[in-house]
Structure formats: structure tokens, C-alpha cells
Design a protein around this ligand. Structure first.
Ligand code: DQA
Length: 160
């Protein structure tokens, strides 16, 4: 974490958070609003960023439809100054061992986030193959879950 000066809550170093979104999350707002809410991806990211800013952190974000792009971005996070990752991997959550392996390589705080409660939906969504290589998961709280996920990342960072 960088430690240099700008307005932030006292005693907290600035962290660079990376929020990654996987496939079909680009379609938020039009995609099944009863499940995912009516806000688009930009609003979701703004919500996460507002919490990051409140805690004195920076938040970058990317969305990728392709598994390979997500894997590459996770690799890059090892050396580009990223301090923690928040990830909504979309459907890849449930079957991408490639994403799981990429996350396992990365020795940073990692928070899994989902808009919907994946455990209350179709059986195939009950399994997250990435959960075990993340510090924890937030699911089922819609856009508010992103604020919770940022706070979780902040807590893991402060724990050291
Ligand atoms: C999701 C849940 C996944 O099962 C689904 O494939 C998504 C969105 C969520 O945010 O609730 O794309 O990750």
C-alpha cells in the first residue's frame, strides 16, 4: 500500500483495489432486473468506488467477457501495484478452474462478490470453484454487496 499524503481517514494507508467483472455483467440494467437489479454496471462500480473513497482507497475496475482476459488481468495484478482484488466472475464462478488457479497464484486479499444469492438459485450456482481461494464472499445483497465487499477487502488489508 502506498503511504503518501492526501486527504483520507487518519492512520489508514491508501490501497489500490481492483474490481473485476466477468461475462454478461456488462448487461446489468437490462439483464433480468428482478434478479440483478435495475442499475447498470457503471452504477455498481460507482457504488463500490464511493465506499473505497470513503475508506481512503483507490478503486480501478475492468469487465471482461472472456475467461482468458480475466486470467491475464489476475496475473498482471501480481506486479502492477494492486493491493486487493474484488471479483464478480459471473458464470465462471461455477466452473472455471482456470480462474481459480490464477487466483490461487495471487497472494493478495481476494473478495468474491455476487449481486444475487447464488445459494438460493439453481443448483449449478450453488458451487463456487473460486470461493476456496478467496478470503471470503459476499452474495445476495445486490449493489449494496459491493460496499460490503470493499469493506471486507479493507478489513483483510488492515489485518495484514
Ligand atoms: C452472478 C451470479 C452468477 O451465477 C451469474 O452467472 C452471474 C451473476 C451475480 O452477481 O449474482 O453472471 O455472479
Amino acid at each position: 500500500m502506498a503511504g503518501c499524503g492526501r486527504s483520507r481517514p487518519r492512520g489508514r494507508p491508501i490501497a489500490r483495489l481492483l474490481l473485476l467483472h466477468g461475462p454478461n455483467l456488462s448487461q446489468l440494467g437490462v439483464r433480468d432486473p428482478a434478479t440483478y437489479g435495475s442499475q447498470d454496471l457503471a452504477a455498481v462500480v460507482d457504488h463500490a468506488r464511493a465506499t473505497a473513497t470513503e475508506l481512503g482507497h483507490d478503486l480501478a475496475d475492468e469487465q471482461h467477457e472472456a475467461e482468458a482476459d480475466l486470467v491475464r488481468r489476475i496475473h498482471t495484478a501480481r506486479t502492477d501495484g494492486t493491493d486487493a482484488i474484488l471479483l464478480n466472475a459471473g458464470a465462471f464462478t461455477h466452473y472455471s478452474y482456470a480462474l481459480r488457479d490464477a487466483l490461487a497464484i495471487l497472494d493478495l486479499p481476494k473478495v468474491e462478490v455476487h449481486l444475487s444469492n447464488i445459494h438460493g438459485r439453481e443448483r449449478f450456482r450453488h458451487t463456487s470453484v473460486i470461493a476456496a481461494v478467496c478470503d471470503g464472499s459476499v452474495a445476495g445483497f445486490g449493489i449494496d454487496g459491493y460496499g460490503l465487499a470493499v469493506r471486507a477487502a479493507d478489513a483483510v488489508l488492515r489485518r495484514g
